[in-house]
Every structure is written in C-alpha cells, then in structure tokens.
Design a protein around this ligand. Structure first.
Ligand SMILES: [Zn+2]
Length: 418
C-alpha cells in the first residue's frame, strides 16, 4: 500500500518513465524504473531516432522521502543517430524533467540543492542538505551557485557608481547600482577609468551618472557615456558637508566665546569645568582620521611609493595626499588657515596680553595705547577682546597665552605653556 502511494507520487512528476518496483530499505528507498518513449532526439543534430544501440542502468539521487534518501535505478537506452552528416554515431536518451547529461542527481534534487545553495551558500547549505537526507559537499553547492545562468539586467537610466573595498586600503572594485530600481547592476573588478568607461560603452542608455567627486568616475563617464549628466550623490554631499562643518568648527574652536556661568546651585558652575579654549583642540574623529592618513601616507613614502599610487591605494584625493606628504606633523593640518587673520586686532594682541599681565585691564586705556601704535580699528573690538580675557577663568590662562601665540605665529596647536 505504502509502496503504491510512493509509486503514484513519484510517477506524477515524471512522464516517459515506468516504475517497475520500489524497494524500501531501512535507510534508503530504491526506485527501479525504465524509460518508455519510443523515440529519442540526438543532442547534436536533433534528429529523432528509434534505433536502440544498447541499454544500461543509471543511478540517480533524488529528493528524499520521509527522511530517507531516494535512489533511482533508471534503465536507459543508447540510440544510433540516423543522420549521415551528424558526427555523433550514438547517444544516450535523456528524460525531460528528470535527467541531464552526465548528471548523478535528478533535476528535482538538483533544483532543491541549488535553492539551498543560493540561500545558505557552502557550509551552512551542506548542513541543511544533510538534514534533508541529501548529503552534499560545500564545494558542490558553490559550483551550483556558479552554474546559475546570469540574467542580464536592463541598463539603468540613472546609474550610481561607487567604489568599494575588497581589502581596505589595498584593493578596490566598483559597484554599479540602478538608482531607480535600487538594485546592484554589476560589479567591476577594479576602479580604473578604462574598466568603468568600457562598461558604459558596452551598455548604452545611461542618462544620469550619480557619483562621488573622484576624478576617475568623472573621466570614465566622459569617455564611456559622453551625453550623460553627472550628479553628486546624496551620500557624498552629506558626508562632505559633515566633514567640512566638523573641520571648520575645530579650526575656530578657540574663538568660541566662553559660556556664561550657571547660577543654579544644583549644577556645577561652568568655571569649575575646563574652559572650551583650554581643551585640546586636535581631538575627535576628524583629527584621528587625519593622523591615521598622515601615518599611512608617510609609511608609504618611506617605502618609496609614488604619491599618485598612494592616493589610489588609500582612496584619497591626490591633493589631500600632497598636503599630508608636505606636513611633517599631522597637527599642522588640523590648524585653520583663517585663524591667524580673524581680526585686525591680531597684531596688537601681544601688547594687550603683556599689559594684562602687568595688571592693566581697562579697555579704554588699552585702546588708546594701541591706537598710538597704529591700531586702525574701533574701540568696540578691543572691549570685546578684553571682556573675553577677563571672563576666562584663571585655568584658561594657558590657552589665552596660546591664543596670543596665534596672532604672532599662526598655528593654534602650538601651546606656549609656561
Ligand atoms: Zn545526430
């Protein structure tokens, strides 16, 4: 009864095959079957032939039943090809939906394993296949994935181009994304102008190229898709804006006014906290990044690597690499370009600082003194500067002397602590 049921189930899947017997072993089920169609088609010339040359039994693994592996012992025939011009003298028949040439599995089992491989890949897939009573090696599963034919996706109208690291700092490749479909269209083995432009030439139809500001993709677009419009992608716009803001704020940190003291008894007064200006300026994500890049660039320079190659390897702009290479110390790069020219008062700050140290803190008197020395500005500016000096706590004195150092020498980072 059970045999008949299994036989029925099995026969439903496969035409042109007769099941003769079905043996249920403790750990396996064997299906003894034979092909029934009268004619078979030659795989070379597609001529139908009914002239049987010989017969033999093929063993095929099939999907398991009730946790037991199923083996089909299928009696197949070898036919003679009747077409005189055909180079093939004989051929073995294949059963549509069941067998394929040289295959040791049924098409059904092959399809199941392919799905397992696509979902879980090698190792995990092999473990699940074990549970499904269809044991298979992980390399076989990976081969099944590689054998899946690639469906060519339509060329996107709006194409996103970006690089990604195969090995960070060393090997980079390019990913192409259909911006409207949000699907990866292709992966290219490197990020060279030649490779990307060749892809664009082979895939006409891209109207908009969405990219970062690297010269490589700009050039590739110009060569491979000369009519396409280039737009900066949103990620890089935000990313660059965030970086620029961080950098600017860091550069002007010492110019931020001290916050007014908090009167609430519950909270510590601001005077008890380190002043903003006395905190080390060159900390934070940006500073860490600059230091990392500086170290990496100089290590490669020491190895004799060209700046151009360094830029490619580290994924940095050439100008950035040039700046990093020029700076003996990364902190030089963390200092603002504008900080030294913040005010027309700058050339007179050292005088004010000196007089401050001597005990003269009257803004009007200090204004008059520097006006005699050629200060062209208004008294108001002197008043603000003096006020800032007065309100800073004594702990901030070091940083103030640092600030005065700015006016004479420029860099903020040089702390002239006593
Ligand atoms: Zn033939």
């Amino acid at each position: 009864m059970a045999d008949e049921l299994l036989q029925d189930l099995w026969l439903h899947q496969t035409a042109d095959v007769a099941v003769n017997t079905l043996t249920v072993h403790p750990h396996r089920i064997t299906v003894h079957a034979a092909t029934t169609s009268g004619l078979a088609s030659c795989p070379s010339c597609a001529t139908l032939s009914g002239r049987v040359h010989s017969r033999y039994v093929r063993r095929l693994d099939d999907a398991s039943v009730g946790g037991r592996p199923v083996v089909i012992e299928l009696r197949v025939r070898r036919f003679r090809c009747g077409e005189p011009s055909c180079p093939r003298a004989t051929f073995v028949e294949q059963v549509p939906g069941l067998t394929f040439r040289h295959g040791r599995r049924s098409q059904g089992l092959q399809a199941v394993l392919r799905r397992v491989a696509l979902m879980l890949a090698g190792r995990a897939g092999a473990r699940l296949a074990d549970v499904l009573a269809a044991p298979v090696g992980r390399s076989t599963l990976l081969r099944l994935i590689r054998a899946v034919p690639e469906t060519a996706l339509p060329v996107p109208r709006v194409l996103g181009v970006d690089e990604f690291a195969l090995r960070k700092g060393h090997v980079y490749a390019t990913v192409l994304v259909g911006i409207e479909t949000r699907r990866v269209v292709d992966l290219l083995p490197d990020r060279s102008v030649e490779t990307v432009s060749a892809w664009l030439t082979d895939h006409p139809g891209v109207e908009v190229i969405c990219r970062d500001r690297s010269g490589t993709f700009a050039e590739a677009g110009r060569v491979g898709a000369p009519d396409a419009i280039h737009v900066a992608d949103r990620y890089h716009l935000w990313h660059n804006l965030a970086e620029a803001v961080e950098k600017t704020v860091l550069q002007h940190r010492a110019l931020l006014p001290e916050p007014a003291p908090v009167v609430d008894d519950e909270l510590p007064t601001v005077a008890a906290l380190p002043s903003v200006a006395s905190l080390p300026r060159t900390t934070g994500r940006l500073a860490d990044r600059v230091r990392e890049h500086h170290a990496a660039v100089h290590a490669l320079i020491d190895d004799g690597v060209a700046l151009r190659t360094i830029a490619d390897r580290l994924g940095l702009a050439r100008n950035t690499v040039r700046r990093l290479a020029r700076a003996a110390d990364p902190d030089e790069l963390l200092v603002g370009r504008w900080t030294g020219r913040a005010s027309i008062l700058d050339p007179f700050k050292s005088h004010i600082d000196q007089r401050f140290a001597q005990g003269l803190t009257n803004a009007r008197r200090l204004f008059e003194e520097i006006a005699q020395r050629g200060y062209p500005g208004k008294e108001q500016i002197v008043r603000k500067y003096v006020l800032r000096r007065r309100t800073s706590s004594s702990t901030a004195r070091q940083s103030i002397s640092c600030q005065s150092g700015v006016s004479s020498s420029g860099p903020f980072a040089t702390t002239s602590a006593p």
